[in-house]
Design a protein around this ligand. Structure first.
Ligand SMILES: Cc1cc2nc3c(=O)[nH]c(=O)nc-3n(C[C@H](O)[C@H](O)[C@H](O)COP(=O)(O)OP(=O)(O)OC[C@H]3O[C@@H](n4cnc5c(N)ncnc54)[C@H](O)[C@@H]3O)c2cc1C
Length: 842
């Protein structure tokens, strides 16, 4: 039976406005206050430790360059909104955005290629961008030494945010709307009761609050500690200087801080530039990382000035020497100048470079919005305001979620090392598959030593070591039938790739392969309220008899797909749920807690069993020959049907077997406890030898799942998509009522969807793309690729892409890759075994 309201005690649009306290009056905090009052929430207090006219955080000295284009769609959308908002934020005829455009330079062939990829991102995310020659660069940037330049990327809508001014205008505007500002008031603690925030403590009072949002910038760690919440960010100093007046630019900019030349990036040398009137501003990331402990910085006082603030550390001139020399080479006009002023300014870095946004998993009502650049500030603030007022951000937040990190990734040493690495790499050319070099081997599965023996090439994800392919299979390339031979790849798509993946795909389709599925997170959901919880949160019917496995979706209140999960009912009150990551764990845990509080007789417990268990995916037409050699349990088609689970023994090892397959072949996900893992691997491996078993990695796996049209949450689908658009309408149980998101889906169907996830095949049969490339119809960018791979079984590259609904099967499209348009065709899906006879078997 479903409980009365799908969202127990959640924040819905119908809830009355709450008392909100925002900590920090930087660009994020003030934007958030503004976004909240715009939505009718006026009981808002902003508490700032510094003086309000110049709080002294990172915003107070930010030069405000806004380069919008980012490999992340979310971040690009945040930036675009920030530009639009700051353009509209004006006083006395002056807005808070100087739209001078942005110019990124290539001085190496590798960077020129990178700019082509970036041009692709811009087209995918709807930003106008132009790849231009060195000569064209000189036209829009006359003082450039074009002898050094190979080309550029020009984005006319980029420019300069006047961040400190925007803060002041937002304070004035929101004060008028009723927001209270308390300046010179450090927050010293957070009051709580029953796991919920109740107020914010300062030296002389407690400000009552239902919701607290920490927008404390690089002080986030200290504020998080007030509620026992580790915030994975590291404050680092970054050098910025202003030159004396540049004679060649004299009189070009009327305002002292004005600019008319585009903002400029010279990423090959970690440099960026803007004008400040006649002077030049130079930012530099090429120096050594300089970590800072925020609590060691002097607390702010009334003496905060432009040159004296805690976020502004003394300039270390020797660290800037290379930058100064390089800058004079690129911009010879700077030869006529000196460094007039310089400082080491502090702001936040994180392990993966993304911001940190969301609610504490353990303290209800405590939110954070930190490690946010000026570039993304208004966009992030809007998303948080939407989250608070409606429970849903229109832009997907998975890449920013506070809870996205695995527990081991929030350890101070991990945050320290990876955030510094992130600083070092901030302007580097990074391949989408490129793993961290350090720290590694943090989480390994029980099969790890066997995988090493087989020459696994490991990539890292969620701190797990995951085999991409196995060198032991390379010898078999010579045995590949002609139709399975992999195509030659270009240098970019050949990185972190081996043709050995073709062998692993071939063996999976024609014999049998073992996949390590351990890192896929799984939860145990148990108790008398387990069915209620899972029914309430998912679109499927999970109340079937024990032994049933259901593929189902978790939606948000607006019908967006927040995850796709498999729910196996093992006993009446015991489920194993395969989820996508820590964000799902937090969601289930929080909802279970609310259910326990509100319906004590239908309590439910959620336990993450990932680390204590492991999983082998044994798949292929010969998988049954392998398993029956080592088990007396009934693994026949009747004994364990497709999408059924049962407990069994394999060579005496207790396992849970689920007849599922993400690669589209007969077989099982076989789970056991971690202590039994290595023996399970060994037993299956030995039994598989007569049948030609291979170990197979993620590279083959990704290709096989795309041939079967299985979507991956995160890359293919996010909260921005509903199930019908995503081609997942089948996962909604017809007639089911009362689950989260159901009301929002009323009236929607595949037919009403204006965009669709489509399968494309590349016409030339050999051009492999990697994802995020724009898709063109009749020369216009209309969508973008989400996942891509070479489909070994079908002998063609495959892409999945978001496209307008009117672009349908058989239509011709083009995918832009490195500036080239590659013809492709919208195909009927799935490309392999559309009847699913292989997985259903006989
Ligand atoms: C040299 C330099 C150059 C940069 N250049 C750019 C750029 O070109 N483009 C770009 O997009 N970004 C740039 N950045 C980054 C950008 O400045 C920051 O990411 C952004 O300003 C952060 O805004 P915020 O509101 O989160 O933090 P802040 O501006 O630091 O605001 C946080 C506020 O919280 C207050 N606070 C903290 N703790 C407490 C407490 N306990 N009680 C009360 N108040 C508290 C602080 O006093 C502070 O005012 C640059 C940063 C530096 C250092």
């Amino acid at each position: 039976m479903l409980v009365d309201s799908p969202t127990l005690n959640g924040l819905g649009a119908m809830d009355p406005p709450r008392r909100v306290v925002i900590i920090g009056a930087g660009i994020v905090g003030t934007n958030l206050a503004d976004e909240l009052v715009t939505r009718g929430w006026t009981d808002v207090t902003v508490i700032e430790q510094g003086p309000l006219d110049m709080p002294g955080g990172s915003t107070s000295h930010a030069p405000g360059l806004v380069f919008q284009t980012n490999p992340s769609k979310t971040m690009t959308q945040f930036a675009r909104y920030t530009v639009d908002k700051f353009l509209a934020l004006e006083q006395d005829g002056q807005t808070c955005f100087n739209q001078v455009g942005g110019l990124e330079l290539a001085t190496t062939p590798e960077r020129l290629q990178e700019l082509k990829r970036k041009h692709g991102y811009a087209s995918s995310w709807g930003i106008e961008a132009h790849l231009i020659s060195a000569k064209e660069c000189a036209k829009i940037y006359p003082i450039l030494n074009t002898d050094m330049v190979l080309g550029g990327l020009h984005i006319p809508s980029d420019g300069l945010a006047l961040a400190a001014r925007a803060v002041q205008l937002l304070i004035a505007r929101t004060s008028k709307a009723g927001v209270r500002y308390l300046g010179n008031t450090p927050v010293t603690g957070i009051e709580r009761a029953d796991g919920h925030v109740t107020g914010v403590k300062t030296s002389d009072r407690v400000v009552p609050a239902d919701i607290i949002v920490s927008c404390a910038g690089f002080w986030g760690v200290e504020v998080g500690a007030m509620v026992g919440l580790p915030i994975p960010l590291l404050p680092l100093a970054h050098q910025y200087v202003k030159t004396t007046a540049v004679p060649a630019r004299a009189g070009q900019n009327a305002l002292p801080n004005g600019a008319s030349l585009p903002i400029l990036r010279y990423q090959d040398q970690d440099l960026y530039y803007r004008e400040h009137g006649d002077q030049y501003g130079i930012g530099y990331y090429g120096h050594k990382p300089m970590p800072v402990v925020a609590s060691s910085l002097p607390l702010q006082s009334e003496q905060v000035t432009e040159h004296n603030m805690p976020s502004r550390l003394e300039f270390t001139r020797e660290d800037f020497e290379p930058a100064w020399k390089l800058s004079k080479e690129l911009l010879p006009a700077l030869e006529q100048t000196e460094i007039a002023d310089g400082f080491n300014g502090v702001f936040s870095f994180t392990p993966d470079g993304g911001p940190i946004v969301g609610q504490s998993p353990t303290v209800e009502g405590f939110y954070v919005a930190e490690a946010v650049w000026v570039t993304h500030s208004a966009g992030v603030a809007r998303a948080v305001a939407e989250l608070l007022t409606t429970g849903h951000s229109q832009i997907d937040l998975a890449e920013c979620e506070l809870s996205r990190f695995e527990e081991v990734q929030t350890a101070p040493a991990y945050v320290n090392e990876t955030s510094q690495q992130n600083f070092v790499e901030v302007y580097d050319i990074l391949h989408p598959l490129q793993p961290k070099e350090s720290p590694r081997n943090l989480r390994v599965t029980p099969f790890h030593s066997r995988q090493r023996e087989l020459g696994a090439f490991f990539l890292e994800n969620g701190a797990w070591e995951r085999p991409q392919w196995f060198e032991a299979n390379t010898d078999l390339i010579k045995d590949l039938p002609a139709e399975w031979k992999p195509v030659e790849r270009d240098a970019w798509s050949a990185r972190y790739y081996s043709p050995t993946a073709a062998v692993e795909a071939w063996k999976t389709r024609t014999a049998v392969a073992m996949y390590d599925m351990t890192p896929l997170r799984r939860l145990e959901v148990s108790g008398p309220g387990a069915v209620d919880l899972l029914q309430r949160l998912s679109t499927g019917d999970v109340s079937k008899k024990p032994g049933a496995v259901t593929y189902t979706l978790l939606l948000d209140e607006h019908g967006g797909v927040r995850s796709d999960v498999t729910v196996a009912r093992l006993e009446d009150e015991l489920f194993q749920v395969g989820v996508n990551g820590p964000i799902d764990t937090v969601y289930f845990t929080q909802e279970a807690r609310k259910q326990r509080q509100q319906c004590p007789n239908r309590w439910v417990q959620v336990r993450d069993i990932t680390g204590g268990t492991c999983c082998v995916g044994l798949w292929g037409p010969l998988a049954r020959d392998v398993i029956t050699a080592v088990s007396t349990d009934d693994f026949s088609n009747k004994g364990l049907r497709y999408f059924r689970a049962k407990r069994a023994r394999i060579a005496g090892i207790p396992v849970t077997a689920m007849r599922l397959s993400y690669v589209g072949e007969l077989g099982w996900e076989i789970y056991t406890t971690a202590d039994n893992g290595q023996r399970l691997w060994d037993v299956l491996w030995k039994a598989g030898q007569p049948h030609g078993v291979v170990a197979a990695g993620r590279s083959a796996f990704n290709a096989l799942r795309l041939e079967k049209g299985y979507r991956a949450w995160g890359s293919d689908i996010t909260t921005e998509h509903d199930p019908y658009e995503a081609g997942l309408g089948f996962a909604i149980k017809a007639g089911k009522q009362g689950y989260v998101g159901q009301a929002a889906l009323e009236g929607r169907s595949q037919e009403t969807a204006t965009r669709r996830m489509r399968c494309l095949t590349i016409n030339d049969g050999r051009s492999v793309v990697l994802g995020k490339e724009p898709v063109f119809v009749d020369g216009q960018p209309v969508g973008y690729v989400t996942s891509a791979a070479f489909g070994y079984t079908i002998g063609k590259p495959i892409c999945y892409a978001w496209l307008p609904s009117k672009v349908g099967e058989g239509d011709a499209v083009e995918v832009e890759y490195f500036g080239q348009r590659i013809p492709a065709t919208v195909a009927a899906e799935p490309l392999y075994d559309p009847q699913s006879s292989r997985v259903r078997g006989s």
